[in-house]
Design a protein. Structure first.
Length: 247
C-alpha cells in the first residue's frame, strides 16, 4: 500500500475509469513529493495494533458512522449551492452514499460485535445518519461553512480524504472478518465490498471533476493545491496517529 498513487489509479482502472492525463500525473507527482503517511507500513502496523482491541474497534465503527453522517450533511449543502447541475448531481449522490454508509457502519458493529450496544443507544447511533434519499432535494444547512458552490480546493480535499478512507477499508476488512461470528461473515463481507466500491467511485468522480478544472486552465493551480493539501493531510494524520484515531 506504500504506492498510494499506483494503487489508487489501478483501482480506478478496475472500475472502468479511463486514464485522466492531468489528474493521474498530478496525483503521482504529489505522492512522490509527499509520500502519504497513511500509505506507509508504520501506519498499517499501528492500526493493526490498535484494532486488536475489540473495544477500540467497536468504538472506531461508531466514530466512522458519526463522520459519515457529518460528511453527508456537508455534501448536501455543497450540492444545494452548486449551480452546475451535473456537478451538483454527483455531489448529491455522494451525500446520499455517505448517509447510507453511516448506517452501514452500525450494521458492521451489530455483526462483528452482536449485543455490544443496548436498544436505546442503537437507535441513537442510527440517527447519526441524516437519512438522505433520491426523493429529496438538497438544502443548505443555515450558517454552514459548506453552503457554497463547489471549488477546485474542495474537490482536491475530498479526493484525498476518499483515498485515505479507501486505505482504512483495506486495513479494517481482515480484522473485522476475524472478530465477526462465522454465521455473519458473508453478509459483513458484502457490506465491506459495497463500501470499498463506493469509496473508489467517489475518488473517481472527484478525479473527473478535477480533470475538468485542469482542462479549463487550472492545471497549475491544481498541481499546487494537491501538493499543499497532501501535506496538510499528512500533518493531520500524524496528529491523529498519536491519539490512535483513524477516520
Amino acid at each position: 500500500m506504500s504506492d498510494i498513487a499506483g494503487s489508487t489509479l489501478y483501482a480506478l482502472r478496475e472500475q472502468g475509469v479511463p486514464v485522466l492525463p492531468y489528474y493521474d500525473e498530478l496525483l503521482q507527482h504529489a505522492c512522490r513529493q509527499c509520500s502519504p503517511l497513511f500509505g506507509q507500513r508504520v501506519y498499517a502496523d499501528i492500526y493493526h495494533e490498535a484494532a486488536a482491541d475489540p473495544q477500540w474497534l467497536a468504538i472506531s465503527l461508531i466514530t466512522n458512522a458519526e463522520r459519515e453522517g457529518d460528511g453527508a450533511t456537508r455534501l448536501w449543502s455543497l450540492a444545494a449551492c452548486t449551480p452546475d447541475a451535473d456537478q451538483a448531481g454527483q455531489i448529491r449522490q455522494h451525500a446520499i452514499d455517505e448517509s447510507h454508509h453511516s448506517r452501514a457502519y452500525i450494521q458492521l458493529l451489530d455483526m462483528a460485535f452482536p449485543g455490544a450496544v443496548d436498544e436505546k443507544l442503537h437507535a441513537e447511533l442510527l440517527s447519526l445518519s441524516p437519512g438522505y434519499s433520491r426523493q429529496q432535494a438538497p438544502q443548505a444547512t443555515p450558517g454552514s461553512a459548506f453552503a457554497h458552490a463547489i471549488t477546485l480546493d474542495d474537490l482536491i480535499q475530498m479526493n484525498i480524504a476518499e483515498i485515505r478512507t479507501r486505505v482504512h477499508h483495506l486495513l479494517q476488512r481482515p480484522i473485522l472478518l476475524q472478530f465477526c461470528p462465522a454465521y455473519s461473515r458473508p453478509q459483513l463481507a458484502r457490506i465491506l465490498d459495497r463500501l470499498l466500491y463506493d469509496e473508489t467511485r467517489h475518488i473517481a468522480y472527484t478525479a473527473r471533476l478535477i480533470e475538468g478544472f485542469c482542462g479549463s486552465g487550472e492545471a497549475a493551480e491544481a498541481r499546487k493545491l494537491l501538493l499543499e493539501r497532501m501535506d496538510d493531510f499528512d500533518a493531520i494524520t500524524r496528529q491523529e496517529l498519536e491519539l490512535r484515531v483513524f477516520e
